[in-house]
Write a protein that binds this ligand. Structure first.
Ligand SMILES: Nc1ncnc2c1ncn2[C@@H]1O[C@H](COP(=O)(O)OP(=O)(O)OP(=O)(O)O)[C@@H](O)[C@H]1O
Ligand SMILES: [Mg+2]
Length: 351
């Protein structure tokens, strides 16, 4: 069954498969995901912190998240940054994986240069921790091996975000850590362009759905925070076992208290848009995952999903990391790099 696959994706896949010599019609099963398995993943967050927005920041923030780890966020973040630089954009790439920073490896650094830790916990200015890389992208390294860095405070996070606006970047790309920690969810919610990386494994899809649900519920909780009459709704939004099944239920509960607030939530859902990219694709049928995910997210969370593109499984990706050679810049003519350019273009056009 191939009916879900867009012609454009199908054509791109066939071309890529030929170039990488993968046999596209092997019997890989397309794991189409069903609401039942996704909905088991109930809201895990305890969500006490208010979100902040960027205020007057001129840079556009692109956040790259995933539910599950190891699905290719850092590869996508670094490659997108280089791909945007290739069309002349000024880009700052930030390793915001606060507990497990390794983005520097994708840029050719064995050990991270001066980075976030130095800014947040020492007396460095933001300008002092920006590294000019050789791949045309400015970079802020993370500090994964520092105890406590995974738990930066709301104030620290905001100081960092505010300072970015002093710099004149067209795009700031945040490579987020896996999971639904407050920091990751809040950084995702404040980004203008929200991207999710996933692969076709059931766990990756389920966790991606779980992440989105937590992010959406947290956003709604913020909308309700100022008014005490929504305390019960907010509590339920945070509760793992008895939370709302989907956005319709949330809107219904809010409507019973205040119609205008319910309209606000409807409005939020209309404007909340995410882009998805499928990584490590080995079989053409995996592209159907897009459609299963989109359908479930639309049905239960009412969130708009844009299918941005896919990246094939390519042995050269891990080889490049081992050799400390940034993949995209060293394989410009590859079909994998073309797939990344497609994702870039779709992101600029659709998000
Ligand atoms: N398209 C690909 N083809 C082959 N291997 C890939 C591809 N994308 C990523 N990988 C490999 O998968 C590994 C995980 O990728 P990456 O570090 O980008 O994932 P991540 O989602 O950022 O992980 P984490 O959650 O740990 O931060 C990398 O070591 C890389 O070698
Ligand atoms: Mg990563």
């Amino acid at each position: 069954m191939e009916s879900g696959i867009d012609r454009a994706y199908g054509d791109r896949y066939n071309k890529t498969a030929r170039a990488l010599r993968i046999s596209g019609e092997q019997k890989g099963t397309a794991n189409l995901y069903i609401a039942r398995s996704l909905l088991r993943n109930e809201n895990r967050a305890k969500v006490p912190v208010l979100l902040h927005s960027f205020g007057g920041n001129m840079s556009e923030i692109i956040a790259i998240a995933s539910g599950k780890g190891g699905v290719g966020k850092s590869f996508l973040a670094s490659s997108l940054a280089m791909s945007l630089a290739a069309i002349g954009e000024k880009v700052l790439l930030v390793d915001a994986d606060l507990g497990g920073a390794n983005l520097h490896n994708f840029l050719g650094y064995k050990v991270p240069p001066t980075g976030l830790y130095n800014f947040l916990r020492e007396r460095y200015q933001l300008g002092d921790i920006i590294t000019k890389t050789e791949v045309g992208v400015d970079f802020i390294a993370g500090s994964g091996d520092v105890l406590g860095m995974a738990h930066i405070t709301k104030v620290e996070r905001q100081r960092f975000i505010d300072k970015i606006s002093d710099f004149d970047y067209k795009y700031v790309i945040l490579d987020l850590g896996a999971g639904t920690s407050y920091n990751m969810v809040d950084l995702f919610n404040l980004a203008a362009k929200k991207l999710m990386a996933m692969n076709s494994e059931p766990t990756a899809i389920e966790n991606a759905y779980g992440f989105l649900k937590v992010a959406a519920y947290r956003y709604i909780e913020r909308l309700l925070a100022a008014d005490n009459s929504f305390q019960d709704v907010s509590r339920k939004l945070r509760n793992k076992s008895v939370s709302y099944k989907g956005l319709d239920d949330v809107v219904q509960a809010v409507k019973e208290i205040d119609q205008a607030k319910a309209d606000e939530i409807d409005e939020f859902a209309k404007n909340y848009k995410i882009g998805i990219s499928l990584n490590m694709v080995r079989f053409k049928k995996e592209l159907n995952i897009f459609y299963g995910f989109e359908t479930v997210v639309r049905k239960y969370l009412k969130i708009h999903v844009e299918k941005l593109g896919f990246i094939p499984f390519d042995n050269k990706v891990s080889e490049s990391i081992r050799l400390m050679l940034p993949f995209y810049r060293n394989n410009l003519a590859s079909s994998t790099a073309s797939c990344i350019d497609d994702i870039r273009d779709a992101m600029l056009k659709k998000l």
